[in-house]
Design a protein around this ligand. Sequence first.
Ligand code: SAM
Length: 281
Amino acid sequence: MSSPCGKLYVVATPIGNLADITFRAVEILKQVDLIAAEDTRHVKMLLQHYGISNKVVSLHQHNEDTVSTGLLEKLRQGQSIALVSDAGTPLLSDPGMPLVRMVKDAGLEVSPVPGACALIAALSAAGLPVTRFSFEGFLPRTSSARQAFFHEKLMCPTTWVFYESSHRILASLKDMAEVLPLDRQIVIARELTKLHETIIKTSLGRALELVESDDNMRKGEFVVIVNGAVVDKKEQVITPEQQKLLAVLLRECSIKTAVAMAVEITGVRKKLLYQAALDMQ
Ligand code: SAM
């Protein structure tokens, strides 16, 4: 027997090219009782394009806590709801998390309708390792917070990805160049699936030059992908955080114990840490 409660569908919509939507997504947007959308005017363009006339309610970051409660009630009454954002997959740097959590916590069904996502689209065409990666969403807005973030990521051995806007792409790359080596490989994926799609794989230094010198490279929407740190065992370096840790340990224990503990905590080679400890004393 099927549940008397309705289902929440999390539906991916295009990130630029209107054709990038699945047959199933279109069917579900037609069939559900209600569409919850980040921007009702924006989604209506998509619905119009696919001949869908369905009821749309607004659910955005400023009202989602209150609107979600009402939507949960509708699901309990047996209505089905599709959640969409302005572009791509809801919840990925987009609204929807409170609603999905609430529906799951209430024991009702949530079903994904997969499709476009700028993060995955960019990774698929970047030519950087994707076996393991981390998604960092949007970066902090101030330069000092961004630089602190880049310090954290400096030695990260796997690929990392972030979203960036036209207003901040140059400032973000400048901050990155203050912290990361200029020869680090990065990919700038701009305006994916759109007329001016540009995907550039180059060094951080060259990327900064390109974005600085070409106005067009500061227009549109961006995904930035950064290659992980390639750590040659022979050339392994100690990060400022690891040095700080070693210094604290040296204040409390003997050099032998401090180095042994630092090896265990950081995974850095013993010889390197021992030399650093000697240098500090
Ligand atoms: N939920 C969306 C997804 O699945 O990708 C992302 C929404 S987030 C509010 C918007 C950001 O995603 C943009 O600022 C940009 O960083 C990235 N983005 C969205 N569409 C893009 C595109 N066509 N090309 C490059 N980046 C894009």
